[in-house]
Ligand binder design. Structure first.
Ligand code: SAH
Length: 253
């Protein structure tokens, strides 16, 4: 499948979801606790790979004086985010930016908080934490969820899958060491519970499948995408004890 068709179909399948990857409001709040930031301050925040804004809207509500730049590659997601921000009554504090996370236009030391849920794998965790660090003020915080082995000895099938999809997958101690090597001090770390994958992501996605296939009747790539997503969901269900998203919160040294 060519990349353009793949992206168009992915956006169409996921745009009506509350979120575009595993996560939940509860865990966003838990990570926010770990930042120790003064919530009443006038914080400059970026939410990178924000999708339609599941986490952006929680941050806007919890940080009432913050200004948030919501970044995603796909303007279709950002349009929905902007509408959700309007409904939530905070459109003036959220600016959307269609840009790629590997070439962001932020000024040096301009941000207090960088947020990114289920997205940094696109450029890779190491490259991401390295490239984004200059945008943070000293003492600024990064909060990022990242695919993580929960045990060091995964079975062959799931190890092969992740080595093909995202060879940077590693255990939490390895991820934390990467943060420390790149000039951050860990504030806290936790694992997303499996309901954040199943109830919050795979199940709602599956519910949108019949309408999606109807919209693209006769297009083999649509069926192919559904097949891919189902395979991924099935792998998750069989190997959920071996991997999840880790949520890492760290402060720029
Ligand atoms: N944070 C959201 C979305 C996670 S899915 C949530 O938790 O619901 C990953 C997101 O990263 C998608 O919205 C996708 O469009 C975005 N994305 C993929 N590649 C990107 C890139 N190069 N730059 C910015 N965003 C990207």
């Amino acid at each position: 499948m060519d990349e353009h068709t793949m992206f168009t179909l992915m956006v169409d399948l996921h745009r009506d979801g509350v979120r575009q990857g595993p996560g939940s409001e509860e865990e966003t709040l838990r990570a926010l606790e770990l930042t120790w930031l003064d919530r009443a301050a006038q914080l400059e925040v970026a939410d990178i790979g924000c999708g339609t804004g599941a986490s952006t809207l929680v941050l806007a509500r919890e940080l009432p004086r913050a200004r948030i730049t919501a970044v995603d590659l796909f303007p279709e997601f950002l349009d929905i985010l902007a509408e959700r921000a309007r409904v939530a009554g905070c459109p003036d504090r959220i600016e959307t930016l269609a840009a790629s996370m590997d070439s962001l236009p932020f000024a040096a030391e301009s941000l207090d908080l960088i947020w990114s849920e289920g997205a940094i794998y696109t450029m890779g965790f190491t490259a991401g934490v390295e490239a984004w660090r200059p945008f943070l003020r000293r003492g600024g915080v990064i909060a990022v969820s990242e695919i993580t082995w929960l045990r060091p000895d995964p079975p062959e099938e799931i190890r092969r899958h992740w080595n093909a999809e995202y060879p940077e997958i590693a255990t939490a101690p390895e991820k934390i060491a990467i943060l420390e090597r790149n000039g951050y001090d860990l504030r806290g770390y936790f694992v997303l519970p499996s309901t954040n994958w199943t109830d919050a992501y795979y199940e709602p996605t599956e519910e949108r499948v019949p309408a999606f296939l109807e919209r693209h009747a006769g297009l083999p790539e649509a069926a192919e995408l559904v097949e891919m997503e189902r395979r991924e969901a099935d792998l998750y269900k069989r190997y959920r004890d071996w991997f999840s998203y880790g949520f890492y919160v760290a402060r720029k040294r």
